[in-house]
Design a protein around this ligand. Structure first.
Ligand code: SF4
Length: 210
């Protein structure tokens, strides 16, 4: 049985100037032992199969395949704080692919900045932390990622892998731990409600950063 600890639940009202993108973002945290999360929610062979079907696979430095031992990286951490962000459009707003993309980018900027700050704050002597972002790298246009040309990343200090890139089942995580069933859309019709899953892993021991 997971030792779950719902640590925080925030409601953030972020209204865009353009009313077509008005929405509410709700952040929900849940902390549990990393070993338990790995055993219960990681299925790397199956999830990696989904990654291989994505155009980012092997074409983005934040995405697999990686040149480090993913299991060894994860097992260095003792706890993981999962963050589910539920994005609900305001009443009367129907998401289009364009507005969904703008909202996700705005929320990713907010979440990624917050997680990197928490990672930094938690990385005090005798502790280490690492953020996992809710999806792939958004810093450069996908077609301009330097990995396509086998060149070094432009911002290596700013990229973090996602949980799915390390083999975790995101849909099962949100349903099993948060009671949130992910909604799936089509390229021309986003779902009515969006959910992002990111995380912060922590360890009491300092170790070599991979
Ligand atoms: S920062 Fe740019 S070069 Fe680096 S992984 Fe992201 S898209 Fe690729």
């Amino acid at each position: 049985m997971a030792q779950k600890d719902v640590t925080q639940e925030n409601m953030t009202q972020l209204n865009a100037a353009d009313h077509s993108a008005a929405y509410t973002a709700q952040d929900r945290w849940l902390k549990m032992p990393m070993a338990e999360y790995i055993v219960s929610y990681r299925d790397s062979a199956r999830v990696r199969g989904y990654c291989r079907e994505c155009g980012r696979y092997g074409n983005c430095w934040a995405c697999p395949p990686y040149d480090f031992d993913e299991t060894a990286l994860l097992e260095q951490y003792t706890t993981i704080s999962l963050l589910a962000t539920v994005i609900t459009p305001s009443e009367g707003v129907t998401l289009t692919p364009e507005t969904a993309d703008r909202i996700i980018r705005r929320e990713r900027q907010r979440l990624d900045r917050m997680l990197v700050k928490m990672e930094c704050d938690a990385s005090v002597p005798a502790h280490t932390a690492r953020a996992f972002f809710a999806g792939t790298c958004l810093l450069c246009p996908p077609e301009h990622c330097t990995r396509r040309d086998s060149l070094p990343c432009r911002h290596p200090e700013s990229i973090r892998p996602s949980l799915e890139a390390l083999g975790f089942d995101v849909a099962r995580t949100t349903s099993g731990l948060f009671g949130i069933d992910l909604q799936w859309g089509r390229p021309d019709a986003p779902p009515a409600c969006l959910t992002l899953l990111s995380a912060l892993a922590c360890s009491r021991q300092q170790h070599t950063r991979v």
